[in-house]
Design a protein around this ligand. Structure first.
Ligand code: SAM
Length: 307
């Protein structure tokens, strides 16, 4: 049930235990394209903040102009975050409300802010989430890939060898994989992913979400890698790459722990018993675990480490 709370007039919560003023760090999500995605709470949090700490003040001032909000701003980006923290903490401890925003989406998610939030938490300052858009979740909820468990990997390394190594390390990850990728690297990323995960693995490139030219490219990694070099739209805009998780020999999306436990138990228990123990212990479908146990016991299952 929604619990409307007037952020600005919450004076009771601005008093600490000893009656001292207590500030608040507001972590505010902003739209990833469509300005209508800014929540009313986010708007109020920005409008009533003493200071807005923005990844790029010029970028955020456009959003604030659109919203008719005029608040003091300072920059907080990857290169000055550590240096900014002492002064921001002092302001928070003196009772200031500071709103943290990035250029788009949710701060901290492949964006600055983690160190400031950690410092605020360590200092006992209240940290309030103002949830909203994030490209990761926006892409995941339209990809058509399993979304109950997923692994967000942020940006892949830019250098070829490191990118390939990172992808190889994820080849047996059973959860759906979500990557942020730059348009000038998507062709290479798709080719490397097809190599590391196999050309048959299902994948989606979610481009320009919530914007005019929102496009979803779906197919196998082999198809997408073949199509990408001739697709001019993939060379521009913002995009998320999602890849179906590794399927075990049982054909079900079982977590890595299931495989690990089965390997431990199978030398000592019959496949049906081992499957029953693992299914119950991990809350999985017994039939799927049994299929994997059988394939492992008969030597046809995957026998390599998942991590
Ligand atoms: N913190 C942001 C968030 O919560 O979504 C992400 C910031 S990260 C620096 C920017 C990356 O997010 C882009 O390079 C792209 O991979 C992805 N992205 C941002 N907006 C997007 C959009 N509208 N459509 C698709 N991907 C987007």
């Amino acid at each position: 049930m929604a619990h409307p709370r007037d952020i600005s007039s919450d004076t009771a919560e601005k008093q600490g235990a000893e009656g001292l003023p207590v500030g608040e760090l507001r972590v505010v999500a902003t739209p990833i394209g469509n300005l209508a995605d800014l929540t009313p709470r986010a708007r109020e949090a920005l409008a009533t903040a003493d200071v807005i700490a923005a990844e790029d003040t010029r970028h955020t001032s456009q959003l604030l102009r659109h919203l008719g909000i005029d608040r003091p701003m300072l920059s907080l980006h990857d290169h000055n975050e550590m240096a900014r923290i002492p002064a921001l903490l002092a302001q928070l401890k003196a009772g200031a409300c500071i709103a943290l925003v990035s250029d788009a989406g949710t701060p901290l998610v492949s964006d600055p802010g983690s160190a400031l939030v950690a410092a605020a938490v360590a200092a006992g300052v209240r940290v309030t989430p103002l949830p909203g858009a994030s490209a990761c979740l926006a892409a995941l909820c339209v990809a058509g890939l399993p979304a109950d468990r997923f692994a967000f990997e942020g940006f892949l390394p830019a250098k070829t060898a490191a990118r390939r190594a990172a992808l190889e390390a994820l080849a047996r990850e059973p959860r759906t994989l979500v990557f942020y990728e730059a348009p000038h690297r998507i062709v290479e990323a798709l080719a490397d992913a097809a190599q590391a995960f196999g050309a048959d693995r299902l994948a989606v490139v979610a481009r320009e979400l919530t914007k005019l030219h929102e496009t979803l490219y779906r197919g196998t990694l082999g198809e997408l890698a073949a199509r990408a070099p001739a697709e001019p739209n993939l060379a521009r805009g913002e995009m998320v790459l999602l890849v179906h998780g590794y399927r075990t020999a049982g054909g079900d999306d079982l977590p890595a722990e299931a495989l690990r436990w089965l390997r431990l138990l199978l030398p000592h228990l019959a496949p049906s018993r081992a499957a029953a123990v693992v299914a119950e212990g991990l809350g999985l479908r017994r039939q799927a675990v049994y299929a994997l146990a059988l394939s492992l016991a008969s030597g046809t299952g995957d026998d390599e480490s998942v991590e």
